[in-house]
Design a protein around this ligand. Structure first.
Ligand code: SGN
Ligand code: CA
Length: 549
């Protein structure tokens, strides 16, 4: 890790300095690239063993020319809340978006509105995923809900509320739309561009040209793949996000020998399985429902795409079926297929990040644009036996964050271990634009950190709160606090179905136990740490006026 540079450079790098210029066109542009469910474990700049086998050279270039944050976190590890936090600078309970679905309080001011008022041209392309119109944007091309990997439909300012299907692969189309905005902008005004990819969200459908990539690679199983959750609260046991148990063979892992892209063929195949076209979802068995969903995904493909798809999977699936794997062997096979498909999606992301960077470079924009690469949250790559996110354990609480500031060469390739959170993004962008932080925003500007130095009064801990229960994956509600070494989590709330009511705490020493396997809550030696974190948690709840925990 390179060391930080003298303090006076901090002033050079702050937004105030960047905006002290008279004419607004000298203000830095902002490009916020945000993928969906991209784990830090799968970006080679972070150095994780998985990523070494599947490198991401273009994202790494950003790290080599910018600052890589090792302790970047979200305040609620879920898409819609994370996006609402980005737009409003507020925690979930303050902006109303606690869970997936409805929630966002549209009376709150959005960062896009503030930037536009300041003279920025504003755009968002890709996944929006909030139940409101994109607010404060001059240009948008957004997907419906989660969007589709193949031939997705986009809504724009001029499409009169309609989603219009486009042919191609989502990651490339989203980049095309980002470039379309850049091409048509007024070059005399600064811009802020939010590029929100759908990939690598479940069900991890790679682009046709990468269906063979990594086929021969054997990805290492995480140490905690067979975690038995001893010492933990029931939440770790009752989740439904296990690779072995909950990852489905058909939609997740693309073994669907009796699903076809063609209606007639599918109908004939389903007849054998007792599935009628048009049956309502609730009346289908889980397998039938999956087949139905998978058919819908495949039926979006053009004949050429479908041919490439079958070429990619048919033989491999045949071999898999013949093996008739069970138990541990099946779990390991699932893990390998999951990792391969996920990393193939990342490969296209990395290519498309490269294409966007190339565009910025060719058009002389690299040196007056702040570029941020992040994800809406982290993701489990088999750690604790899981996929998905939601928990306050590190892999999903953390998110990748790389920031390229167009500074001098001396500031490049550095790392920061300051505690940063997604409430900080909008504050940073305001700082870049020279706009004062609105009252009630708790985030901090990241600009001072971009010279590798952490201000003495930087935050010492972070607050987290997850609410989406009951819901898919059945992760129990919890809140908690993390400092640079310890983490306290409180699971709470009424249980539904098989789940009991829960009111349970966990305490981890991340230095001694980075995989969070040993819950220390209640242990005498940790009494002081526990009391200190409990006090901080209560202060957060009271200062932030959280209404449930
Ligand atoms: C879908 C996924 C879930 C995922 C949520 C939220 N199921 O429901 O696995 O947790 O989205 O993801 S799927 O079968 O439809 O893919 S988020 O990124 O939008 O928060
Ligand atoms: Ca997500």
């Amino acid at each position: 890790m390179k060391t930080g540079k003298p303090l006076f450079w901090a002033a050079f790098l702050t937004g105030t300095a960047a905006c002290s210029c008279e004419s607004p066109q000298k203000q830095l542009n902002i490009v916020h690239i945000m993928t969906d469910d991209h784990s830090f474990q799968t970006i080679s700049a972070y150095g994780h063993p998985i990523s070494r086998l599947a490198p991401t050279p273009n994202i790494d270039r950003l790290a080599a020319e910018g600052v890589l944050f090792r302790r970047a976190f979200v305040e609620n590890s879920l898409s819609t809340p994370s996006r609402a936090c980005l737009m409003t600078g507020l925690y979930s309970h303050q902006n109303g978006q606690r869970r997936l679905g409805k929630g966002i309080d549209t009376t709150k001011v959005f960062i896009s509105e503030l930037l536009r008022e300041r003279g920025y041209q504003t755009a968002v392309v890709g996944k929006w995923h909030m139940q409101c119109e994109p607010k404060g944007f001059d240009f948008y091309k957004v997907l419906a809900g989660q969007g589709d990997y193949y031939n997705p439909a986009f809504k724009s300012k001029t499409s009169e509320g309609k989603y219009i299907r486009e042919e191609g692969y989502a990651t490339a189309l989203i980049t095309d739309h980002a470039i379309e905005f850049l091409e048509n902008r007024d070059p005399d005004k600064p811009f802020s561009l939010f590029v929100h990819h759908k990939a690598p969200h479940r069900n991890w459908m790679p682009e046709g040209k990468y269906l063979e990539l990594y086929e021969e690679v054997d990805f290492p199983l995480p140490e905690t793949f067979n975690d038995n959750y001893d010492t933990r609260c029931d939440a770790a046991r009752s989740q439904e996000m296990s690779v072995a148990r909950d990852m489905t063979l058909i939609t997740d892992l693309k073994v669907a020998e009796w699903v076809s892209a063609n209606w007639e063929d599918s109908a004939a195949l389903w007849k054998e399985k007792g599935l009628k076209q048009g049956q309502i979802a609730q009346r289908l068995t889980r397998e039938q429902l999956e087949a139905w969903n998978w058919h819908r995904a495949l039926s979006r493909l053009t004949p050429e795409q479908y041919e490439a798809w079958n070429k990619g999977y048919a033989e491999k699936n045949k071999t898999f079926m013949e093996q008739n794997l069970k138990g541990e062997a099946l779990a390991k096979w699932k893990y390998q297929r999951y990792l391969k498909d996920y990393l193939r999606c990342i490969k296209t992301i990395d290519d498309e990040v490269g294409r966007l960077l190339q565009y910025l470079e060719t058009h002389g924009l690299l040196e007056n644009t702040l570029i941020v690469y992040t994800s809406d949250q982290g993701f489990y790559m088999g750690e604790h036996g899981w996929f998905d996110k939601r928990f306050m354990y590190e892999e999903s609480f953390r998110t990748p964050l790389i920031v390229r500031h167009p500074a001098k060469d001396a500031f490049r390739g550095m790392e920061s271990s300051a505690l940063v959170q997604n409430i900080d993004y909008s504050v940073t962008y305001l700082d870049v634009a020279g706009i004062e932080k609105p009252a009630g925003w708790n985030g901090l500007s990241l600009l001072p950190l971009l010279n590798g130095l952490t201000p003495a009064d930087w935050r010492k801990d972070l607050y987290y709160h997850y609410y989406d229960y009951p819901a898919v994956h059945q992760v129990r509600r919890h809140d908690g606090v993390r400092d640079d070494r310890y983490k306290l989590i409180h699971f709470y709330g009424k249980g539904e179905g098989k789940d009991h009511d829960i009111n349970c705490n966990e305490l981890y020493d991340l230095q001694e136990d980075p995989h969070e396997l040993y819950n220390l809550y209640g242990q005498f030696e940790y009494k002081d740490v526990q009391e200190r974190l409990q006090k901080r948690l209560e202060e957060y709840r009271s200062d932030l006026k959280t209404d449930e925990y």
